[in-house]
Write a protein that binds this ligand. Structure first.
Ligand SMILES: *Cc1c(COP(=O)(O)O)cnc(C)c1O
Length: 398
């Protein structure tokens, strides 16, 4: 046995912040396992099963022996179907060679950052942000620069805020609409104004559109690459199958980018992980090809989410001291709890202890004074959980 302690772990390992959303979820699950009646609003995934026709296509592929390496950026038919889907949905004309199928939307974002950012480059990230963006930027050796957009501006980054954050080292802007954690959806006009600043400062833009199909009130999500030709030339669109088709465990993401960036992303992926799971890709292909069945499943899920969104929003607004933007996308609400005078972390810890309600503190997303509540859960949990939250808040005011 050597007596000297082992060398320290790498700066990458030591500088990484563990995912706070997974931490809350784990604590809630531990309480449940101990027999506690927990209402969890911590989920980051749809509470629906993957549609049957998608599972069937995957099972058939598995049985047919589609179990070997396939081209790194994805099977040809799937890349073609994804390119056709962008053309059909958004009128975006791209070649299948501009599509990379990756092991998850999260990995697509990481590829986009790794393909565009060098050590020392700055990445502008509007807050509240998805927890992984700053950590991924750090893994690339880049410097995340958060810019806070509060509920006063509907959690949307203003062009002048971007302008003020940009300097000669800024390389990338990350946008995420519909947003996790706020659920807000930028309008085309708002995106154009922000893109204008990105073009003038010659930035790359990563547009994380993983929630593109989860929008309500008759809205449609804007694909950032469709704004104009200058936008298309610098935008990397990350998306995937996880949220739209309730396929989080399948690990299938997409990346759509200008040819040279798509090529770089595929080369990075070839060294970092190789192809996304071969037979899973056949399930994804069925999701895009058997469009009527897919549409029907999605419509059912959307109707449930929309009902729960209104339910939870109504319940939150009825609590004295709480205000909440009625977000129009994803499956999250981001209520303001700053009037209670607790940090969001303290608020969440006490809420879980006292009332057995799990929520994620806003501070995890770079925005103090808020909570993230996911309504990807049952009507019963929403009703019961919101009542407990109201009781908790009343106790704080007393
Ligand atoms: C869920 C999510 C993703 C991607 O998830 P995967 O499971 O890796 O496909 C990407 N961005 C945001 C904002 C998400 O919430």
């Amino acid at each position: 046995m050597s007596s000297a302690p082992l060398p320290a772990l790498s700066t990458w390992a030591r500088n990484l912040a563990p995912s706070p959303t997974l931490a809350v979820d784990a604590k809630a699950k531990a309480l449940m396992a101990a027999g506690e009646d927990v209402c969890s609003f911590a989920a980051g995934e749809p509470d629906f099963d993957t549609p049957q026709h998608i599972k069937d296509a995957c099972a058939s592929a598995l049985q047919a022996g589609k179990t070997k390496y396939v081209p790194t950026p994805g099977i040809e038919d799937l890349r073609k179907a994804i390119a056709e889907s962008y053309a059909g949905t958004y009128g975006l004309k791209i070649s299948p060679s501009q599509v990379v199928v990756s092991p998850g939307g999260k990995f697509s974002c990481y590829l986009a950052i790794m393909a565009t950012c060098s050590p020392g480059d700055e990445v502008v990230i509007p807050a509240p942000y998805w927890v992984s963006y700053p950590e991924m930027a750090k893994l690339a050796g880049a410097v995340p620069k958060a810019v806070l957009a509060t509920d006063k501006t509907g959690f949307k980054l203003k062009p002048e805020q971007l302008e003020a954050a940009v300097n000669s080292r800024t390389r990338l802007l990350i946008l995420n609409s519909p947003s996790n954690p706020t659920g807000v959806v930028y309008t085309r006009l708002e995106l154009e104004a922000v893109m204008d600043v990105a073009v003038r400062n010659n930035l790359y833009v990563l547009s994380d559109e993983i929630y593109e199909n989860l929008v309500y009130d008759g809205l449609t999500s804007t694909c950032l690459a469709t704004l104009n030709s200058e936008a298309q030339a610098r935008t990397i669109v990350a998306s995937g199958f996880s949220k739209t088709y309730s396929m989080t465990g399948w690990r299938l993401g997409t990346l759509v980018a200008p040819p040279q960036i798509a090529k770089a992303a595929a080369e990075l992926q070839s060294q970092m992980s190789s192809n996304a799971t071969s037979f899973a890709q056949y399930g994804a292909l069925a999701a895009l090809r058997e469009r009527e069945k897919t549409r029907a499943s999605l419509a059912k899920m959307l109707a449930a989410f929309d009902r729960r969104r209104r339910m939870l929003h109504g319940a939150l607004c009825a609590i004295p001291g709480v205000t909440c933007v009625l977000a129009q996308g994803a499956f999250y609400l981001f209520p303001n709890i700053s009037s209670f005078g607790l940090s969001s972390m303290e608020f969440c810890e006490r809420l879980l202890e006292k009332e057995k309600v799990a929520a994620v503190p806003g501070s995890a997303f770079g925005a103090e004074g808020y909570l993230r509540l996911s309504y990807a859960t049952s009507d019963e949990i929403i009703t019961k959980g919101a009542a407990r939250l109201a009781k908790f808040c009343k106790g704080l005011k007393a």
